[in-house]
Design a protein around this ligand. Structure first.
Ligand SMILES: [Zn+2]
Length: 299
């Protein structure tokens, strides 16, 4: 499958989601050349996913060699060993994705956290462009994040930095799936809101948008909890900007006023060091854009 025409190498980013798998090909400078997607359900096994992605990469690379590939995947992942451990929204366990993709393509392959990659995408090409210190938050069925510190993705000692959803907001709060009590995610994730209200998060936000008072108060309380998390993150990390993606960011007008008001209510965070709060710009392309960027950085 490898090309016989040595020339400028290309990069690829793969975003492995519970619903869709996306592949992006780019030149070595990061300029996107092709973007392809398919439904994850069409690819029944990890090997089928690897074969599909490798086939698309081969089909779109022309005569050029693909040098570096990043796979963005949902946690928990083992970054050092390149293994997908047991993602909550895929029925796959302990999959050595890096080795499999390396065998299929001959490229250097990295595995990375999907929220980290979405954050990196927004930092380089989306709402965070021009900043140096940015916190990316994805608020959807779960709550995750990615940290950019001094212009670089900060992954921490074990690759797990940015688990914003597991910041404890109330030690007497509900038990979270992770085993801790009172995590942000246990209060405001789409899953938690659906469990609490008996409606899907999409229905809840639609009802709030239509003026339903009860739905509005549930959404406002969730936005206040997120605002409290923004205060703690500001005190811990001193970012210039928060960029928020995920399904809930589509209801920006419903959540932004309460989040910013809560952030502004902190007497400790003076206006001069108060971060901006912006909605993500790249939508569901953020992960693949960030994965290409990570492949470029690590080529
Ligand atoms: Zn938790």
């Amino acid at each position: 499958m490898k090309g016989h025409y040595p020339s400028r190498a290309m990069l690829a980013g793969i975003d492995l989601g519970g619903t869709q798998v996306r592949v992006a090909l780019a030149r070595s400078d990061g300029h996107l050349m092709a973007s392809i997607k398919t439904k994850t359900a069409m690819l029944a096994t990890p090997q089928a996913m690897v074969d599909w992605a490798a086939g698309e990469i081969d089909r779109h690379r022309g005569r050029e060699k693909v040098r570096s590939i990043t796979i963005a995947a949902p946690g928990p992942i083992d970054i050092k060993r390149g293994v997908l451990v047991n993602p909550p929204n895929l029925p796959w366990q302990n999959v050595p994705l890096v080795a499999m993709m390396g065998r299929a393509t001959g490229a250097k392959v990295q595995l990375a956290n999907d929220a980290d990659m979405a954050g990196l995408g927004e930092f380089h090409h989306g709402a965070g462009r021009g900043s140096r210190n940015m916190v990316y938050i994805t608020w959807s069925t779960g709550v995750g994040g990615g940290l950019i510190i001094d212009g670089k993705l900060h992954r921490g000692a074990h690759g797990t930095a940015g688990e914003i959803g597991h910041m404890i907001i109330d030690p007497n709060g509900p038990l979270d799936n992770c085993g801790q009590r009172g995590c942000l995610e246990a209060f405001i994730s789409g899953t938690a809101l659906a469990r609490e209200t008996g409606h899907t998060a999409a229905e809840l936000f639609a009802a709030a948008a239509a003026g339903d008072r009860q739905a509005r108060s549930v959404v406002e309380r969730a936005a206040r909890y997120m605002g409290i998390a923004l205060i703690s993150l500001t005190n811990a990390l001193d970012p210039e900007i928060f960029v928020m993606g995920g399904g809930v960011s589509r209801s920006w007008a419903l959540v932004y006023p309460t989040m910013i008001e809560t952030l502004r209510s902190s007497p400790f965070i003076k206006p001069a060091r108060r971060p901006r709060l912006r909605r993500a710009r790249l939508g569901d392309r953020a992960g693949q854009v960030g994965a290409v960027e990570w492949a470029r950085i690590n080529q």
